[in-house]
Design a protein around this ligand. Structure first.
Ligand SMILES: [Fe+2]
Ligand SMILES: [Fe+2]
Length: 165
């Protein structure tokens, strides 16, 4: 069954939005690399790959449903940050924007009674819940470690405790 025009346009926007997310995460990886924070840079690089996979998944689905894929111009991603925490706050805001877009897409699929698109989107609904939770947890951790230097030792001890088999 061919996609209707509205769903085709929204899915296309989503292909682009996932690339835009990858692009933003690349800028964040570069920011961390520049600050010699290689662990954070590695985390961001993994995030880039995930977003590219999301984009590809939707791309494949559009073709599966006889649609057409179009790429838009990308905006310059935010590259300067005042702190590690700000990076993840921007990441969270971006993920929330993606969540809203996925929800709107899901609703459009429901309204069109396109059960195929609805089923396809279930993965993304769950994925967004995970993404938001993960980023929120990082913000909480960064806040906790920032609050008091003693917390750094507590963090290390907590890590050791968590290694119990
Ligand atoms: Fe994504
Ligand atoms: Fe994401």
């Amino acid at each position: 069954m061919k996609l209707n025009n509205e769903l085709e346009a929204l899915l296309n926007a989503q292909v682009n939005m996932e690339i835009e997310a990858a692009h933003q995460y690349k800028a964040m990886a570069a920011y961390f690399e520049g600050r010699e924070l290689e662990g954070f840079a590695k985390w961001m690089d993994a995030q880039v790959q995930e977003e590219l996979e999301h984009s590809r998944k939707i791309y494949d689905y559009i073709f599966k449903r006889d649609g057409k894929v179009e790429y838009f111009a990308l905006e310059k991603p935010k590259a300067d940050f005042s702190s590690v925490k700000e990076v993840f706050e921007v990441a969270l805001a971006h993920e929330q924007k993606v969540t809203a877009a996925i929800r709107a897409l899901y609703k459009a699929a429901r309204d069109a009674e396109d059960y195929g698109v609805e089923t396809f989107l279930k993965f993304f609904i769950e994925e967004q819940e995970e993404e938001e939770e993960t980023v929120k947890k990082i913000i909480d951790k960064v806040t906790f470690l920032d609050a008091d230097n003693k917390n750094v030792n507590l963090y290390l001890l907590d890590k050791e405790m968590g290694e119990r088999k």
